[in-house]
Design a protein around this ligand. Sequence first.
Ligand code: OSB
Ligand code: MG
Length: 370
Amino acid sequence: MGIRIERIILRQIRMPLVHFFETSFGRTTERQIVLVEVAAEGVSGWGEVTAGENPFYNEEWTDSAWLILRNYAAPRVLGRELENACAVAPLLSHIRGHRMACGGLEAAVWDLEARLLGLPLWRHIGGVRREIPCGVSIGIQESVPALLERIERELAAGYQRIKIKIKPGWDVDVVREVRRAFPQIRLMVDANSAYRLSDADRLRALDDFYLMMIEQPLSHDDIIDHAELQSKLLTPICLDECIRSARHAEQAIRLRAGKIINVKLGRVGGFAEARLVHNAAQAAGVPVWCGGMLESGIGRAHNVALSTLPNFILPGDVSASKRYWARDIIEPPIEVTPRGTIIVPDGPGFGYAIDMDYLRSITVREEVLA
Ligand code: OSB
Ligand code: MG
């Protein structure tokens, strides 16, 4: 079955978060999300660009993604005879970087192809799991008591592991308090590149708290220093920002820069590359889990599908819609069971309905490319 994309519709939507989300690189109160709709044979597939509002997590942001999609990515895919969804990534490989922008389009074609085949997306990509384990990512709070209260609430909801964001000045003392209050929980931290190799002693102090892992402590584009840091730590390092491709994953594993990989669909440029990262890690005995980027229901549903691949062993940052949004753009919203899991939907494509009326009401710009 070939696919010829007849139309690509870009939309930017505005969604205020229920609660601000703060990391070492800043605070987000409202998302500006680019959605990609691809149409062929009267059927639509949908993707989400996971870039932030500013180039602070990596180099991409909402506006750069819009321009890359409109001026470079969409023209390369539109009207072309594609053998299958795997053909999209090679068409976009001339574009240096901008993987989140390209990944939104790539994922939309996977969703479209699954729908044209009448298959759920999770099966179409080779998933094996009907229920995925879930954790939560909790941002930097105003105070330690506020953090403890939030952790308490997420545990009561059933989440299987807690991740807290750290930065210099909100790290060892905070983790000590969390451990004192919750000695038994599966706990990890994420620094979003806030440290340097010269901070190794400070990071080694975290070894006392038997964390599952410390995520991306060093620079967003570094692998080498992470390898040296890992040799000094008992706590496993998990790599996020610096793994943008399967090649990076292979190199990081070879250098022992980390023991776990956070796979994000957008960061690596879509499903084809995410699967290759997954496969490289699996072959090396390195577990992976699915990261999040404060996605709307569409990106969230793609993350659910991705999490069904066999080596997604650890609980991911894929959690319920209501933690982020007063109202999500999909129906039903994504919900988490009392045992801290999401049941994978079995409908065609990503498996949820889009609330088009609501989506239209929060759209701030739209462009039809044909
Ligand atoms: O580093 O995993 C990260 C959110 C925005 C940017 C980067 C990260 C995150 C999260 C939140 O940790 C994950 C989520 O709940 O979507
Ligand atoms: Mg991270």
